[in-house]
Design a binder for this molecule. Sequence first.
Ligand SMILES: [Zn+2]
Length: 191
Amino acid sequence: MKESQKYQKKTVFPKLKPSKIKTEHMQKDYYTSDTQKNARTGDMYEQVKSNLRKCPFCDLKDKYIIYERNETVLTVNLFPYIDSHLLIIPRKHHLKFADINSKEWNSVKYLISLGIEILNKGMNIKNTNILYREGIKAGVSLEHLHFHIIPVTPEFIQYKKDHFLWTFQKINYSPIEIAKKLKKIATKYAK
Ligand SMILES: [Zn+2]
């Protein structure tokens, strides 16, 4: 059995009652360092998502934001596919690519570039994919427009002859740890 499959089997979150999720998610900060590490491979993602009352990207918490330019932020994904998975999110609740104005697009472009650079300098990550999804069948889970910067390893994306396979990876650093580290590095490299 592959390491990633073993991990997925082991990581089972206790079933939480919906009322508990709402209380903890909305009033406290639900994402502790530990839950963040297992957020994607357990069933917490679906549970939290189905209990959201407002758009989480309209309500971003400062501590996760790495850098901001012109109302567009570079932040960590709280449900990372792999360590150091970042997101770029215009603060405005856009639903589709065509809604981004030129100022926001320039910021997105700048933050993609900055994100790639700080992953390289801070985490020694040299391989990344940029991902944008549009449309329900594209696998969009949160409608507020966002871009992903995803570090790529041979375990995460496996290229086969006629397809390729993405496998969520074991997380070693919680997103809050990544955010703290990259904030400092972003301040150094931002122009
Ligand atoms: Zn929103």
